[in-house]
Design a protein around this ligand. Structure first.
Ligand code: GAP
Length: 517
């Protein structure tokens, strides 16, 4: 997709999400709050279903994974031990004229992307000129202009990495100025110095009179799992290998607030820490990479939209790490991280708390600090991945148009709509009887307003997989029309058979059976 089309697609998705009660800007009547969003009546349904899919696939399907729900506030030393107080920073820079704030690293990366685009243009031109005989690798390694661009990129990258590693912010600013990087909004090149900015939100616990202490809103849920490692291991009599899963809010004072719910200041994470014997971590890392991709694909989402990005520059505590990237409307970007975090976190908490966080292995008669494989996915990013990849505009055979969310039925907020064809002749009463049969197990919606075609369109727009239409024939033979969202096919089904039929299509069992657990 060309850049313009991608931007348009994101705009369409944002406006559809708002129009149909999925996502609203937070406190919109006061003009909203940057990078904070509220989930509406349909959004919360989709979000809860994604959570349920993740939670059950972790906790219900694995005998050796249990869940917890730790508090958002944690003892402030937690964040010293985890490294967040000292190192959870982004380098920021302000433009003195526009007063806009940017991440210095992002400005430089965007500059590099522009040079890469020039290379791509040269390649596209040459490919057109040479046709089938074109060899891209050879062209890249011999064309003088492309070589010059690549040399330029390598030099910028090298200086950028050294600047970041040494926290040499004066040189990062000098680099921005030498490259002639201008404020993307105003075009001004009048920059402040680059300075470090910690992404954690701080607040105070207790009143000033009592001697308030500074605490943080957690920037990740993982630390709530690490500090409870021993509580869970002992009370659950867990044996290595075992996992602890958690879903909860996390907060980051992101400098760049763009791209809708992709990068938020308040968001939700679904994280699982899997504790293993030292030395076995890389085997488990590979296994979790495979299992997490399988989890996404079991939903029936297009495999072409997923790819792994293996990290080459590892954080000092990791010995392997990758992202599962998703093809969002903005291009391929991180959806989930899988990290082999060694024993870094548990050891750091041992050191700062003075408490042992170890496992006694009875088979080996020895005590050790387990190694950890972490799987960490942003719930809101998963929501955007599902929404953006299932949003479809279709022109039908009769020339009319429909917008349909082809959501995996298991995730759809409304599973079935019950629609009396006309609002008389006993059809509303019969429809409500059917609603009563189904509502205990499925989220249903009853709708009698407008022509049936318009009611189908409304359900298509929120991704309802099934519509039950009650008509005069229902009153005679107790059958209804079951309309399928994607194919728009209709079949006649006995009311007595409805529950089982719907259940087979919208409950998680079949999706779970696709997972190798
Ligand atoms: N415990 C590891 C951790 O927090 P991370 O890569 O910083 O790792 C994990 O975050 C996931 O959380 C990301 O893959 C992404 O899906 C989600 N995430 C991170 N920052 C986010 C933000 N500002 N808004 C929405 N989701 C975010």
């Amino acid at each position: 997709m060309a850049n313009n089309d991608k931007e348009n697609m994101l705009k369409k998705i944002i406006s559809h999400a708002k129009e149909y009660g999925f996502v609203f800007p937070s406190s919109e009547i006061y003009d909203g709050l940057g990078a904070v969003y509220d989930y509406g009546q349909n959004g919360v349904g989709l979000k809860n279903n994604i959570k349920e899919y993740w939670w059950k696939s972790m906790v219900q399907l694995h005998e050796n994974i249990v869940g917890i729900d730790a508090a958002i506030f944690m003892h402030p030393t937690t964040w010293k031990a985890s490294g967040h107080v000292d190192a959870f920073n982004d380098p920021l820079i302000d433009n003195k004229d526009s007063k806009k704030r940017y991440r210095a690293d992002v400005l430089i990366e965007e500059h590099i992307t522009k040079i890469e685009q020039k290379i791509k243009k040269e390649i596209a031109k040459a490919a057109k000129r040479f046709g089938d005989s074109f060899d891209e690798n050879q062209f890249r390694s011999t064309n003088p202009r492309v070589l010059q661009y690549q040399e330029n990129i390598d030099a910028i990258n090298q200086r950028f990495k050294t600047g970041m590693a040494n926290e040499d912010f004066a040189d990062l600013k000098a680099l921005i100025e030498e490259l002639g990087i201008a404020d993307p909004v105003s075009g001004s090149k009048n920059w402040t110095d680059v300075r470090q900015f910690n992404l954690m939100f701080a607040t105070e616990l207790g009143s000033v009179a009592e001697g308030a202490s500074k605490i943080y809103l957690r920037p990740e849920t993982a630390q709530g799992i690490f500090v409870n490692f021993l509580n869970v291991q002992k009370t659950g009599r867990m044996k290595i290998p075992f996992g602890i899963a958690q879903i909860g809010k996390a907060f980051r004072n992101e400098i760049i607030a763009r791209q809708f719910i992709f990068r938020m200041r308040e968001f939700e994470q679904m994280e699982m820490q899997f504790f293993v014997k030292p030395g076995e971590e890389l085997t488990w890392y590979e296994s979790w990479k495979e299992r997490r991709l399988e989890w996404h694909l079991a939903l029936g989402l297009d495999p072409a939209n997923f790819r792994f990005h293996d990290h080459l520059n590892l954080a000092h505590y990791a010995n392997a790490a990758c992202d599962i990237e998703f093809n969002f409307p903005m291009g391929f970007k991180e959806l989930e991280g899988i990290h082999s975090r060694t024993d870094f976190d548990l050891k750091a908490h041992e050191e700062y708390s003075g408490k042992k966080l170890q496992f006694f292995d009875p088979r080996e008669n020895k005590r050790y600090v387990p190694y950890v494989i972490e799987t960490s996915i942003g719930l809101d990013r998963m929501f955007l991945a599902v929404l953006s990849s299932t949003y479809t505009e279709e022109v039908l055979e009769d020339g009319s148009e429909r917008t349909v969310l082809k959501l995996p039925p298991v995730l759809a907020p409304v599973k079935v709509a019950i629609l009396p064809l006309v609002n008389k002749d006993g059809l509303p009463e019969k429809s409500r009887e059917i609603l009563d049969l189904l509502k205990y197990d499925f989220n249903c919606q009853y709708d009698f307003k407008d022509a049936i075609g318009r009611r189908y369109r409304r359900q298509d727009a929120i991704g309802t997989p099934l519509c039950v239409t009650v008509d005069s024939q229902t009153m005679v033979d107790d059958t209804v029309t079951l309309r399928h969202r994607d194919s728009m096919e209709q079949e006649r089904v006995a009311v007595a058979a409805l529950h089982a039929k719907i259940g087979g299509l919208v409950t998680f069992s079949k999706t779970f059976q696709r997972l190798h657990v």
